[in-house]
Design a protein around this ligand. Sequence first.
Ligand code: SF4
Length: 329
Amino acid sequence: MQTSNNKILEVNAMKVHFPIHLGVLGKGKTLFIKAVDGVSFFLEKGETLGLVGESGCGKSTTARGVLQLYRPTEGQVFFQGKDLCLEKGDALRRMRQYMQMIFQDPYASLDPRMTVKEIIGEPMKVHGIPEKKRDRYERVLELMKLVGLNPTDVHRYPHEFSGGQRQRIGIARALAVRPELIVCDEPVSALDVSIQAQVINLLEDLREQFNLSYLFISHDLSVVKHISHRVSVMYLGIMVELAEKNELFAKPLHPYTQALLSSIPVPDPVAEGKRTSIALEGEIPSPIFPPPGCRFHPRCKRKEKICSESTPVWKEAAPGHFVACHLIG
Ligand code: SF4
């Protein structure tokens, strides 16, 4: 990982809200699902930032907001020095070449009517690189080798491959246009545990080889711990804690992070016997009407009076370790 003046991505106070129109019975009112409600973070070249949190906390919407697949309602997303929220049309399409995505479900994300050659070749065709068809074909074969697929399978269809191999096709497709940033949205959660490690190791090797930056989304904390340099914890559309991974796993400060981490089983049987899991009670509240003050207060066992009255400030509790909780500082 390189130094902090080597940022590839900077997100400032990004919000992604979705309107819901209530119709006549709702007196024509419009409510907003505040899926992402003001997140700020950066990503360095060659770095992996893990995004964790329960499902529905806004991880995937954050990623799609960064890539402008959902246009942010407010805020800025700087990539290669340009605010993507202000870009549109061809300019945005050109920048998308450098930001690719690997999806969760390798079964659903590959078109079953296309061959591997067409799937991996498609982004190159869209962006016109390389210009010649023959060169594109050569690059498809090269990419297949790179991700551990047999180039002789180039004319086969997705259903002829295993889950792990399909995810390798998805990775080759993402790499085809030489991106700098890849959003990995739960890339291994649909795979068998034995295959997960192989795909994670492949992603690690590729990041090192091409100095890629990953925004890595997962609900699996062990996977995130393995692959990330820094980890950010999301809850109900906001970030509640962000730190270098060893610091976060050793000294979690936010009660929500502490509860999440306490649920990870430990391989050592003695340590596992001593582990106390902090139960998270209740459901995540509605992102349409998030609780006032600290959003976690209805589920927090350490809440105080101030927690329901005032929103905790995002503060740096230790160098590079940020948290939003009234108990800290
Ligand atoms: Fe719990 Fe209060 Fe901290 Fe929120 S601010 S996490 S309710 S202690």
